[in-house]
Design a protein around this ligand. Structure first.
Ligand code: DOR
Ligand code: ZN
Length: 425
């Protein structure tokens, strides 16, 4: 194994110092380090962060390898500064058995670019009728701890209660896609002034808020852990704030796009902006940003949702919802929060690693810790060119935008997955 000496690097925004990486761990941190056998990486002007951890990634394998594979999504993740991603269960076949989650986990290991931690489905086939084999997935080699029907809401309260009860035995988490389906039938975008003007069926904020309110009560009743996916409204923030104040075991995520883009994007009728939950209003964005800074929302998760050209370059109503996120998430965080490195490390690495139970991830570089880290150039600016992305899909909402920050290098257990801004393999 090659040793790496990273010189003159700011660790999570601190004064510049050196980091020595050897045998998969951070061997030393300090000024003026030397190691004859090490490859030197001059990191002047760069910031080292614990490797980012994404709690919400769609990798599309098995089933839609034309849109993304475990390998291509892993490469996109590494280029985005990630060292671990949690792979959502809405594949084809659905990840609702030990066999499928083990397949995804094994493909992740073979790609070797990030740790891929499969999420298991809550219900068989995501159909919302019968609980999937949660215990078998937990006991499998993949060691599943997060279960989600994401893409669909577990809308039946009795099933949701049973799922919460079931995972309590092994301190698992149910990650809910909060969408009351009866309130969003035919919905195309956020219900509000823009949807009225465009004549598109609206997705009201209350469809999200009603499910979160119900689920925090269920989680409180059962005493289990609930995680709320892609929170998108100011009202949801208030429900979460109250639940947390009561001590409910609930965590929540927000996506980069819900922190930046509004429903006005739909005026273009460009389906790249169609996403579920939909882009909301400027007032929602302000509330989400404040909640993330305060910790009422715990983490940023990408909801990286690659889609093939034919599923996106069509009429708005027929397009699939979702947008790419892995390769741009850190830039959006920098754009929104500036160089608040401790906040970024907390919301994009430490806390998601803790929620997912990923040991060895989300730990700041210090002697003896696994060398899972990323080097960011905060001064760089880059123009997002869809054709240059490592993802197999092209549906980025940031095409041709100039964004701050660039990932220069990423290390997974001491081995570079990205160097000089390029994937190593
Ligand atoms: O926009 C979305 N896309 N929201 C989801 O919940 C699912 C995801 C997908 O799988 O494409
Ligand atoms: Zn979702």
């Amino acid at each position: 194994m090659t040793a790496y000496l990273i010189t003159n690097v700011s660790v999570v925004g601190g004064e510049p110092t050196d980091l020595l990486i050897r045998d998969g761990v951070v061997a030393a941190v300090g000024d003026g380090l030397a190691a004859d056998d090490a490859t030197v990486v001059d990191a002047t002007g760069l910031v080292a962060l614990p490797g980012l951890v994404d709690l919400h990634t769609h990798l599309r394998e098995p089933g839609r390898e034309d849109a993304e594979t475990v390998e291509s999504g892993s490469r996109a993740a590494a280029l985005g500064g990630y060292t671990a991603v949690c792979a959502m269960a809405n594949t084809s076949p659905v990840a609702d058995t030990a066999g499928v989650v083990e397949q995804v986990w094994r493909l992740g290991r073979e790609a070797g670019l990030v740790d891929v931690q499969p999420i298991g489905a809550v219900t068989v086939g995501l159909a919302g009728e019968r609980l999937a084999e949660l215990g078998a997935m937990a006991d499998s080699a993949a060691g599943v701890r997060i279960f989600s029907d994401d893409g669909h809401c577990v809308s039946d309260p009795r099933l949701m209660r049973r799922a919460l009860e079931y995972v309590k035995a092994f301190d698992g988490v149910i990650a809910q896609h909060a969408e009351e389906p009866r309130l969003t039938e035919g919905a195309q975008m956020h219900e509000g002034e823009v949807s009225t003007r465009l004549g598109l069926t609206g997705w009201p904020a209350v469809a999200e808020e009603a499910i979160i309110a119900r689920d925090v009560l269920l989680a409180e009743h059962v005493g289990s852990r609930l995680h709320v996916c892609h929170v998108s409204t100011a009202g949801s923030v208030e429900v979460l704030r109250q639940a947390k104040a009561r001590g409910v075991r609930v965590t929540a995520e927000v996506t980069p796009h819900h922190l930046l883009l509004t429903d006005a994007k739909a005026e273009s009728y460009d389906p790249v902006f169609k996403v579920n939950p939909p882009l909301r209003t400027a007032a929602d964005i302000a509330a989400l940003r404040e909640a993330l800074a305060e910790g009422v929302i715990d983490i940023i998760a990408t909801d990286h949702a690659p889609h093939a050209v034919e599923d996106k370059e069509c009429e708005w109503a027929y397009a699939r919802p979702g947008m790419l996120g892995l390769e741009t998430a850190l830039s959006i965080a920098l754009d929104v929060f500036g160089p608040r490195w401790d906040l970024i490390a907390e919301r994009m690495s430490r806390t998601p690693a803790r929620i997912a139970g990923l040991t060895g991830h989300g730990v700041d570089p210090a002697p003896g810790v696994p060398a899972n880290l990323t080097l960011v150039d905060p001064a760089a600016r880059r123009v997002i060119e869809p054709a240059e992305l490592a993802s197999r899909s092209r549906n980025t909402p940031y095409a041709r935008m100039t964004l701050p920050g660039r990932i220069v290098a990423t290390f997974l257990r001491g081995e570079p997955t990205v160097l000089d801004g390029k994937a190593v393999k």
